[in-house]
Design a protein around this ligand. Structure first.
Ligand code: NDP
Ligand code: 2IT
Length: 464
C-alpha cells in the first residue's frame, strides 16, 4: 500500500523539468543523444522523491549528479599484424564516487564515443548503488573493433590502451571490467600490462580469468542475475514462473549466453539469439553448446548456426520487420534484450504485447527505447529495467574486489548464492520503493528512486 509520500509533477512542472534537461545540452552534439535519453528517464522518475524533500534541491544534487567528476580521453597507438601503426581513441569517464571507488566496464566497439560512455557511466552510478555494495560509477573504452583481429593485435591494442589508462586507475580509485568487446581475453592482456608497468599484483580490474585472481561466476553473473531478477519479479507480480515457458533472447555475447544457460537450468525454453548481422530462431530451443563454440571459440557470425541446424530459421538484419528486431516478433512468455542500447523499439514492444508476452527484462544497458518502455507500462506487463536487472555482473565484480583484497577465493556455490540473494534483494527493494512513492508496479521509477536516494544521501553527507 502506498505510504502517501508520492508527490507527482503536474504538466507545468514536467515541462519545466524537460526545459531544464534541454538547457544542459548542446543540440549540435548528436553523440550525447543516448546520455540525455538516460538522464531524462532518471530525472523524471525521481520527481516524487526530489519534490518531497527540500534537501536534494538545497544541495543541488541533480546539477551535480549529471556532470561526470572527470573524463580522460587519450590516443592509443598500436602495431597491427603487418607492423603497421594504428591509432584509436581511448576514454575513461569517472562519473561519481560517492559510494565507493569508480567502477564500471570497458567497451571496445567502433560506435564508442564520449556520449555513449557518459550514458553508460551515468547508468552505472545508480546501478551500482542498487547493489548495496560500496562502488561508485564509471565507464570507459575505445572505438577499437576487436572483430577480425588476431590475438596478437588484441594484445598489442590492450597493452597500448593500458599504457595510458594505468595513470587513472587503482584498486581503491577506479576498477574497470568488461563490457561489449571486452571479455576475459582482453582483461587478461590489460591486467598483464598494468602489472608490468606498476609491478603491483592487485585487484585493479575485475572479470579476470579465474586462475590469476578472477572470481568464479563472474562470467555467468550478469546473465544468471537477469534471470534471478525475472523469477523474483514474476513472483512479486503474481505471475507464473519461467519453467516450461518459451523465452526470446537477443544478443549472443556474454550476457545473452549465460541468460540462456540459466533459462535452461530453470526448465524454460529459450528459442532465439542474435548478433549484429541476424537472428536465429530455433523453436526446439537454442543449441547452447554450438552457440558457445561459434561465439566464444571461433568468434564467427551466427549465420554458421544454420550449417549444423538447417531446420532453424536464420533471419538476416535486412529481413527484420520495419523499425524493429526479428526476435521480438516471435511469440514468447518472457523476453530478454541482451545485446545493445535501443535495440527494442515501440514496434517491437507492440508485437511482444500482441503475442502475449508477460515480462520483459533488460540484460543489455538501456536496450528499450523510451517509447517501448512507455508501451510496456501502459500495457501492464512486467518490465525489469537494466540498471536493476543486469546489476548482477557488477555485483560479482565487487565480490571479486573483496576476494582480491582478502587474498581469498570463494567457491562457485558461495558466489552464486550471494548473487541470487543480491538480485532478489534488488528486485524487492525496487518493487517496495515504487509502492512507497505511489507508482506500484513501475520498476523503472522504483529503481531510479532507490538508486538515486542512496547516492544523493551520500553526496550530501560528504559535502562539496
Ligand atoms: P559481448 O561483446 O559479449 O556481446 C555483445 C552482443 O551484442 C553480441 O552478440 C553482438 O553481436 C551484439 N551487438 C553488439 N553491438 C550491437 C549492435 N550495435 N547491434 C546489434 N547487435 C550488437 O557483450 P556483453 O554480452 O558483455 O554485453 C551485452 C550488453 O549487456 C551490453 O549492453 C552491455 O553494456 C550489457 N552489460 C554487460 C555486462 C557484462 O558483465 N558483460 C554487465 C551489464 C550489462 P556481434 O557479435 O555481431 O558484434
Ligand atoms: O554494465 C555493466 O554493469 C558492466 N559492464 C559490468 C561492470 C563491472 O564493473 O563489472
Amino acid at each position: 500500500m502506498s505510504k502517501g509520500k508520492a508527490i507527482r509533477m503536474d504538466e507545468k512542472e514536467l515541462e519545466k523539468a524537460r526545459e531544464y534537461i534541454k538547457s544542459l545540452r548542446n543540440p549540435n552534439c548528436k553523440e550525447d543523444d543516448v546520455f540525455f535519453q538516460a538522464m531524462e528517464e532518471v530525472l523524471l522518475s525521481i520527481a516524487p522523491l526530489y519534490l518531497s524533500d527540500p534537501k536534494y534541491q538545497a544541495n543541488a544534487i541533480v546539477q551535480r549528479l549529471v556532470v561526470p567528476d572527470r573524463i580522460f580521453k587519450f590516443k592509443v597507438e598500436w602495431l597491427d599484424r603487418n607492423n603497421k601503426i594504428q591509432v584509436n581513441t581511448g576514454y575513461r569517464v569517472q562519473f561519481n564516487n560517492a559510494l565507493g571507488p569508480y567502477k564500471g566496464g570497458l567497451r571496445f566497439h567502433p560506435t564508442v564515443n564520449e556520449g555513449v560512455l557518459k550514458f553508460l557511466g551515468f547508468e552505472q552510478i545508480l546501478k551500482n548503488a542498487l547493489t548495496g555494495l560500496p562502488i561508485g560509477g564509471a565507464k570507459g573504452g575505445s572505438d577499437f573493433d576487436p572483430k577480425g583481429k588476431t590475438d596478437f593485435e588484441v594484445m598489442s591494442f590492450c597493452s597500448a590502451f593500458m599504457r595510458e589508462l594505468h595513470k587513472y586507475i587503482g584498486p581503491r580509485i577506479d576498477v574497470p571490467a568488461g563490457d561489449i568487446g571486452v571479455g576475459a581475453r582482453e582483461i587478461g592482456y590489460l591486467f598483464g600490462e598494468y602489472k608490468k608497468i606498476t609491478s603491483a599484483y592487485e585487484g585493479v580490474l575485475t572479470g579476470k580469468p579465474f586462475f590469476f585472481g578472477g572470481s568464479l561466476m563472474r562470467p555467468e553473473a550478469t546473465g544468471y542475475g537477469v534471470v534471478y531478477f525475472t523469477e523474483k519479479m514474476l513472483e512479486i507480480e503474481n505471475k507464473e514462473p519461467l519453467k516450461e515457458k518459451v523465452c526470446t533472447v537477443s544478443g549472443s555475447g556474454n550476457v545473452a549466453l549465460h541468460a540462456i544457460e540459466k533459462l535452461y537450468q530453470l526448465g524454460a525454453l529459450p528459442v532465439t539469439c542474435s548478433d549484429s548481422k541476424g537472428t536465429v530462431y530455433d523453436p526446439r530451443g537454442v543449441d547452447l553448446e554450438l552457440l558457445k563454440e561459434l561465439k566464444f571459440v571461433k568468434r564467427v557470425s551466427l549465420q554458421e548456426y544454420s550449417k549444423k541446424h538447417p531446420e532453424a530459421k536464420y533471419i538476416p538484419v535486412s529481413d527484420y520487420p520495419k523499425g524493429g528486431h526479428a526476435a521480438w516478433h516471435i511469440p514468447c512468455y518472457a523476453a530478454f534484450p541482451c545485446a545493445t542500447q535501443n535495440e527494442l523499439t515501440e514496434t517491437d514492444a507492440k508485437a511482444l504485447v500482441k503475442n502475449g508476452c508477460v515480462s520483459v527484462t533488460e540484460g543489455a544497458n538501456m536496450p528499450s527505447t523510451p517509447e517501448a518502455i512507455h508501451y510496456f507500462q501502459k500495457s501492464g506487463i512486467c518490465f525489469g529495467p537494466a540498471k536493476a536487472a543486469n546489476a548482477g555482473g557488477v555485483a560479482v565484480s565487487a565480490l571479486e574486489m573483496s576476494q582480491n583484497a582478502q587474498m581469498m577465493r570463494w567457491s562457485f556455490e558461495k558466489v552464486d548464492a550471494e548473487l541470487k540473494t543480491i538480485m532478489e534483494h534488488i528486485c524487492t527493494n525496487v518493487a517496495q520503493t515504487a509502492e512507497e512513492y505511489g507508482v506500484k508496479g513501475n520498476y523503472v521509477d522504483g529503481a531510479n528512486i532507490a538508486g538515486f536516494k542512496r547516492v544523493a544521501d551520500a553526496m550530501i553527507a560528504e559535502g562539496i
